[in-house]
Design a protein around this ligand. Sequence first.
Ligand code: MSP
Length: 641
Amino acid sequence: MSKNTFYITTPIYYPSAKLHIGNAYSTVLADTAARYKKLRGIDTFFLTGSDEHGQKIQRAAEAAGVTPKEYVDRIVEGEGGFKNLWDALMIDYDKFIRTTDDYHVKAVQKLFQIIYEKGDIYKASYSGHYCTSCETFFTDLQLVDGDHCPDCGKKTEILSEESYFFKMSNYQDALLDYIDKHPSFIMPESRRNEMINFIKGGLEDLCISRSTFNWGIPVPVNEDHVIYVWFDALSNYITALGWGSDDDSLYQKYWPANVHLVGKDIARFHAIIWPTILLAADIPLPEQIYGHGWVLSDGGKMSKSKGNVVDPFKLIDKYGVDAVRYYLLREIPMGQDGNYTEELFITRYNNDLANDYGNLVSRTISMIDKYCGGVIPAPEQTEYIDDGLMQMAVTAAAQVAVELDKLNFPAALTRIFTLIGRANKYIDETTPWILAKDDKYHARLMTVLYNLAEVVRISTILLKPFMPALAPRVSEQLGVDLTTATWADATTWAMIPAGTKVHKGEALFPRIDPASILLPEKEEPSVSFKDEISYDDFAKLDIRVATVKDCKPVAKADKLLEFTLDIAGVERTVVSGIRLFYKEPADLIGKKLVVLANLAPKKIRGIKSHGMILTAATDDDSVLEALQVASAEIPSGSVVC
Ligand code: MSP
């Protein structure tokens, strides 16, 4: 069933999301993969776009005093908006879909209708915890601390409405079976296991309509409802190709997608909801969902409140588009989280781009300029040492391809830089400046310089998908047009005609002095504190030291622990959503925790929980710790204030 086309997608972005180098990451990866395939002559379609419906957008538009359409238009098409950013990052997409596009709206309604007519969509009353920010309902089991969203940590709202439901549960076994038979369907492996466990935990039917707001695609069988934003958004991958329209030739040609590249936070929507929708509609499943990791800023999640959001426009202005792309592609381990700091950025830039690659190009051109009057010479006298370099150069493309076909961008770049490193070493070994001193070495010198020009040509071709602004600049200096060079040209030695004139130019990546550049551009960190309260308000809180007598998991709730606490001889039961952070709950027995003792009791999973264990957590809740009192002299029951 393998086809000879390549179809790759990025997630479609929420206009309400502030674009930073973190979320630009998905798109830079996909663009690089698409450019690589195109360079290899493969018929490629690269899709990106914007996800424009939903309550969050409606509210943001209301807050801005404009209509939702005006709001999204400005962010997508306007100055400094999505399309501008993709241009600045040289994202060469074949189509930009907007979920407000007419053809998309019609096709989503058609998809809904097909599944409805099949009997897999039904109407029922629904009441549940809804996170407006994530546009998702969560079950009790998923909530943190009773009513907080497990994904973004914000408080959920109870939402009650008549809704349409998709019988996702019907497809649980079919999906597990599919995943089992297609080992590379969900990548990387860690993500795959995570998804399998989630599915095995049981798929519930999915609420796929809303009637509490109207900024969405109307449900075709009931105009009082709009279609759930994720059903709407996921469908973009087929509607963009014309599925469900009069002309579905692109769909016929490119579907199923080769890969949906998405961040790990939305892997679940892609690996579970999307395939079950497709199964219900009898549409073939995509070949792969790749859930990449996160770009962290100074080790933490980028967030406006932390002030660590890195503005891609500023970074591009300062260091150039190639350097920004290079950093993201090289520094973030594929499939895992990686870090961004300006220090790391400069180190990478100076070591790899300024030193290794930049120096190879400038030394080569300078020497041809100085020793050969600016004309690339004919190779005249080959020696044994040349073979290794040539061999390595013409086989690099195949090795890079192996990594790129697995979407392993850092490994692919490492391969290219091994060749670049080898060429720099070749300069040191062959010492052209010594050869130049004596005429009897002339033939040898010509060969060495020719070989170096060839490695510059080949490595630059291989770098084209990663750094699209590079080839035009190097072409000018080398005197060879690399902008039209293909991948195959990188596998052939000696393509530069002798006699080609080089043009010594400016350094491609001038070294950055770390001292001169660090910090001034960093935004001041800011914290948004809650509204002030009076001392009397604070005095109402009865916070105490409590000794843990017992601590055990709550059955069938993977986030909850049940504590039996002693507070100055009074026994209390408290349920707390911190299980994920305490793999061995029993280790907490005997510890003295800090507890809000006068919180009104509440039933959680049938257990009466009386009090709240105080914790400290990172913004993204990836690390959490219950506060503890260490001193043996402070007994249980002591007041905390
Ligand atoms: N609209 C949905 C996607 C629907 S796809 C049918 C959405 N949009 S988003 O704007 O919130 O996110 C877009 C992409 O950016 C996602 O792949 C998300 O994982 C990614 N990232 C957001 N912040 C990120 C980092 N800090 N690092 C890496 N990727 C991150 O989700």
